[in-house]
Design a protein around this ligand. Structure first.
Ligand SMILES: [Fe+2]
Length: 507
């Protein structure tokens, strides 16, 4: 393998070749060199990922046809079902310990698990830990971000922190810290009857918001600048552009609408029947910023730094995601090995542009090491397909009445008053939630990973190389279809069936 120095020397010698890219006719590019490009987020330049606001007309029309129309159709036709569900499951529901441990410990919410008790968390829970706590295995999930929401009158939210202990290889919730519980009664345990029950409800509410508006947002938005820069800086005839394009379908328009439209669910304008969040748009947006910029003094919120490495966490959901990651990486490795030195110089410029917007993206010099390039491409494809779709699918499996968006029980009053479960969530609250779920949370595919055919015939490589790339594409699809059998052997749940994984961020 070549060293970085050798590659840099090579790159230096090839600057005349690099200029060939600059001299390419505008027709060599997807949007004739007038394609999309990132800019600082207009609403929150430091607290949100760079935004892509000027979009090609073709992409806007496609999005309207394939996704926008569905939203309108859902809005006018889904309401009887939403209403039926809201009546059937009216009120605020308790969640059993078994379901609470299951949903937070195994599926999509298990992404939030942090192993061990940090000094900061130990200081909070110290008085409630058993004497032999150093010999036990603890995990925490921190929903402190809920303190940043701005609920409408009569709706409540509070920061919570859940402590789990691993017993016989399964997680059991032992303690919950509830920020807005009164005085010295902020920490509750399973023996605390109704206080424990309502603490679990606040935690599940926190799980919904942490996922939808904080952690899941990190799968969506930082990739916009890679999407835009790839479409505008990579010539059509490069392997890299053809490898990425199917994974960038529909996303730029979707993300722009989510972040900037006044009709966006994030804005939560109550004139729309799908606006089911608990408060005004600023509160929702502050949760995006919690993930992106972190929360001062809280070691569970350290801010976001783009990384080409998959983040490890301890749950079956991670094992599931990793299995697909490995298959994608194998395919990407074989494709990258075909990329010519000439194309590598174009990729060097591409990485340089991205690196200006995502400073932790591999630099233009280091991208010449193919291992770095392989990791970056694998991360992009895996994130926008498997990781993104699995989040939506796994969340949609949790019954809505167990993971509320609105809670009408004031945490400051639960110590002295009986909890009014019946009026803890109104029919209207649940109706809005179910409308929102149908339109935006539930996966609705336009194109799938399983049906992906890369247009490698458009590249400027020899016929035999193109044939080889097509064969790699076929092998990739076959290997994807073998993952579920392997997961079954390992006793890992299928958190989303392969044929339901979208190839790009489409919802
Ligand atoms: Fe999404």
């Amino acid at each position: 393998m070549q060293t970085l120095d050798e590659l840099s020397d090579f790159a230096h010698q090839q600057t005349s070749d690099s200029k060939k890219n600059v001299n390419l006719p505008k027709e060599a590019f997807l949007y004739q060199r007038q394609g999309p490009w990132p800019q600082p987020s207009p609403r929150n330049p430091k607290g949100e990922a760079p935004a892509v606001l000027r979009l090609p007309r073709k992409e806007k029309e496609e999005w309207k046809k394939k996704i926008g129309r569905r939203y309108v159709k859902n809005m006018w036709t889904y309401w009887p079902k939403a209403l039926h569900y809201a009546y059937k499951h009216k009120g605020l529901h308790k969640i059993s310990d078994e379901d609470f441990n299951h949903y937070l410990g195994e599926g999509v919410f298990s992404k939030f698990l942090i192993k061990g008790l940090s000094d900061q968390k130990r200081a909070i829970f110290n008085d409630f830990l058993p004497v032999d706590h150093n010999e036990r295995e603890y995990y925490i999930i921190d929903f402190s971000l809920m303190s940043f929401t701005k609920p409408f009158e009569g709706i409540y939210a509070t920061g919570t922190i859940v402590v789990f202990e691993k017993v016989n290889n399964a997680l059991e919730a032992k303690l919950i810290y509830v920020d807005q519980f009164e005085g010295d009664k902020k920490i509750v345990q399973p023996t605390d009857a109704d206080l424990w029950s309502i603490a679990k409800v606040y935690a599940m509410q926190g799980a919904a918001y942490k996922l939808i508006l904080s952690e899941h947002a990190l799968l969506h938005f930082p990739f916009d600048c890679i999407n835009a820069i790839s479409k505008s800086s990579l010539p059509i005839n490069t392997i890299l552009l053809q490898l990425l394009l199917p994974h960038f379908e529909h996303t730029l328009v979707l993300n722009k609408v989510v972040l900037n439209s006044t009709a966006s669910p994030v804005e939560n304008d109550q004139k729309f029947p799908y606006s089911g969040f608990l408060g005004d748009g600023d509160g929702q947006r502050s949760l995006v910023a919690c993930a992106y910029s972190g929360i001062e003094g809280n070691d569970s919120y350290n801010g976001y730094h783009y990384s080409k490495e998959i983040e490890k966490f301890d749950s079956p959901y991670y094992t599931f995601l990793l299995e697909y990651y490995n298959v994608i990486k194998k395919f990407v490795t074989e494709v990258v090995n075909v990329i010519s030195d000439e194309e590598l110089l174009i990729i060097k410029e591409w990485a340089g542009h991205i690196n200006q917007w995502l400073p932790t993206f591999t630099s233009s010099d280091e991208i010449l090491l193919k291992d770095n390039l392989i990791q970056e491409i694998t991360m992009i494809i895996w994130d926008v397909s498997v990781a993104h779709s699995a989040d939506h699918h796994s969340f949609a499996q949790v019954p809505s009445y167990l993971v509320p968006l609105r809670v009408r029980v004031n945490p400051k009053e639960v110590h002295n008053n009986e909890i009014d479960w019946e009026n803890g969530m109104t029919i209207k609250d649940m109706f809005r939630y179910r409308m929102e779920r149908e339109m935006f949370f539930k996966p609705t595919n336009v194109s799938t990973l399983y049906n992906t055919k890369y247009n490698f015939e458009k590249t400027n490589y020899s016929e035999s190389t193109k044939k080889y790339l097509k064969d790699l594409n076929d092998i990739f699809i076959r290997e994807l279809s073998e993952v579920e059998t392997r997961l079954k052997h390992k006793n890992v749940p299928v958190f989303i069936p392969l044929k339901e994984i979208a190839r790009s961020i489409q919802y």
